[in-house]
Every structure is written in structure tokens, then in C-alpha cells.
Design a protein around this ligand. Structure first.
Ligand SMILES: [Zn+2]
Length: 185
């Protein structure tokens, strides 16, 4: 693949999307994040909440932690965080804590977004740091990866439920035929 000379938002969001797809393969809700500085990637991560049994293991938190370790600093100055889904309240708080100056996200999260949808933590003037926000980058792709994941999960659940009903039905029938057999004796 040819690397574009001037890497734009789409380029880094594609990498975040790759992380989201990898997360989906591990049965994680597919969200991916990338931290970029001076046009280079410092860290990238997918959601690992299930794998780690860790409520904090959102893609953004993992990417921020890895970038901080790489820079040997908790301040991610001059960094941009790319994330496929609007960060939640916790992650929006972490972005402020890490002093990240710029956030770029793909799909909005109307049910839990802490940046635009439910709260505007990154722009709250009462806090001591504000974040420039760019939204809607590769929005359709970022939404699709999530909707496909949840659709598959629903189908899996429906087929598991159908299997359970079938097993119960078969067991009941086996019981009935047993009774019938005994009655015949
Ligand atoms: Zn989060």
C-alpha cells in the first residue's frame, strides 16, 4: 500500500478502524483508537474490556496509556487522538487529563457520548483544558463496523435461543414417549 505523503484524518481513522475490526474478531465491541504526533503513530489499540475483564480497557484509555509510556510523559502535548466512536464520559475525562489538544472521531454515540451527544466534556470551560474536536471522519465505516457486530450478536443470540427451545422440546417429547411407553405396559 502506498503511504500518502500528507497523511490526513482518513488515513489515521482507517488504522483506528483496523483496530476496531480486530476487536470484533475477539468478540469485543469494535472500537479502535490511534494516537498521532508529528504525523507519526505513537500507539494504537482496540477495545479489550471483555478480554481483560476491565471496565477501563476502552480503546482510547489503552492508546493513551501506551502513548504516555512511549513519550515517558503523562502529558500528550501536540498529539491527536483518533477514535472510531465518540468517546464515553470516562474517556473524554482521560483525554482532558492527558492534555490531548485534538480529538478526531468517526461515529457519534447518542447513548453514551461524552464529547458531543450527552456531555461536552472536551469543551467544558469549567475544566482547565480544552480539546479541539473534529467529528464525522469516515463516519459511515465507523458506524457500520458497530452495527454489523451487534447484528451478528443478535443473530447468534437468536440461534442459541432457538437451539435451547429445540433441546427443551426434544427432552419433553422424550419424557412423554417414556410415559406413553410405561402406560402401554
Ligand atoms: Zn470510553
Amino acid at each position: 500500500m502506498q503511504v500518502p505523503s500528507t497523511k490526513g484524518h482518513d488515513y489515521f481513522m482507517e488504522i483506528a478502524l483496523e483496530e476496531a475490526r480486530k476487536a470484533a474478531e475477539s468478540s469485543e465491541v469494535p472500537v479502535g483508537a490511534v494516537v498521532v504526533k508529528d504525523g507519526g503513530i505513537l500507539s494504537q489499540a482496540g477495545n479489550l474490556r471483555e478480554s481483560y475483564n476491565d471496565p477501563f480497557a476502552h480503546a482510547e484509555i489503552l492508546a493513551i496509556q501506551r502513548a504516555s509510556q512511549w513519550l515517558n510523559s503523562w502529558r500528550l502535548l501536540d498529539c491527536t487522538l483518533y477514535v472510531t466512536l465518540e468517546p464515553c464520559v470516562m474517556c473524554a475525562g482521560a483525554i482532558v487529563q492527558a492534555r490531548i489538544p485534538k480529538l478526531v472521531f468517526g461515529a457519534s454515540d447518542t447513548k453514551g457520548g461524552g464529547v458531543c451527544s450527552l456531555y461536552k466534556i472536551c469543551e467544558d470551560k469549567r475544566l482547565n483544558h480544552r480539546v479541539e474536536v473534529v467529528e464525522g471522519i469516515l463516519q459511515k465505516d465507523c458506524s457500520r463496523v458497530l452495527s454489523e457486530f451487534f447484528q451478528e450478536r443478535r443473530l447468534e443470540k437468536a440461534s442459541a435461543a432457538a437451539e435451547k427451545i429445540e433441546t427443551m422440546f426434544n427432552a419433553k417429547n422424550a419424557g412423554n414417549s417414556e410415559k406413553t411407553d410405561r402406560g402401554d405396559l
